[in-house]
Design a protein around this ligand. Sequence first.
Ligand code: ZN
Length: 247
Amino acid sequence: MTTRIHRWALAVCAAGLLTGCSTAVATGTAPPAPPAPRPSPTVKPTSARPIPISYPARGSARWMVAPAGTRTAGTGGRLMRYRVVVEREIKGVPAAGFAAAVGTILSDPRGWTAGGQWRFERVGPGEPSDFTLYLATPGTRGELCGDLSDGYTSCRNGAKVVLNVARWTGGVPGYQGKLGTYRQYMVNHEVGHRLGHGHELCPAPGALAPVMLQQTLGLHGCRPNAWPYPDGTLYQGPSGQYPAQIP
Ligand SMILES: [Zn+2]
């Protein structure tokens, strides 16, 4: 619980939404670990504590580039080569680990490869690519997306697929307790834009949210959904988008 609260506070600090954040948090210094509780003989030890993620409100726009992947996702269709980079000041998210998480999402049978139209291959530093997937601080996200007023959402801008580390770390209210699912959504939504998909609406109250619905800004009566092919067939809503209210 301590970690979750810390991450939430950190995300809020980094997004500039909360005054009075401590200097240590705002500059991205990892907090001191609390003393580990002594496990009682009747309680199984819990899994290892995740490494806290920290980042400044705005990084240097210098990048750690993940190495090339070893497998191509998908079995047919156009090959999309992509690079994965993590802004240097983001601590607790190694580029290789982030790239592995992205690769798992892109190769999932519920993902964009399911229709047989697309394959994905991660290239390494200096290799040609069809897009770059960034994990960026909120401030650098504004630069890459061409909208400095928005430090909250993620975006796709040309060949730049930009994930905001504040959302990767803190999620959104509509995905309370489902950070892993929200991360899958972030990747699939922004990559979906790169594949030519626009925004979609919630088709009916209580229905699954289409992955191209702007779920970061609200679910509009739908249920969270991270996948374009949640049950093996392409799941879409009507084209369109709701008035955006950036927190
Ligand atoms: Zn979008």
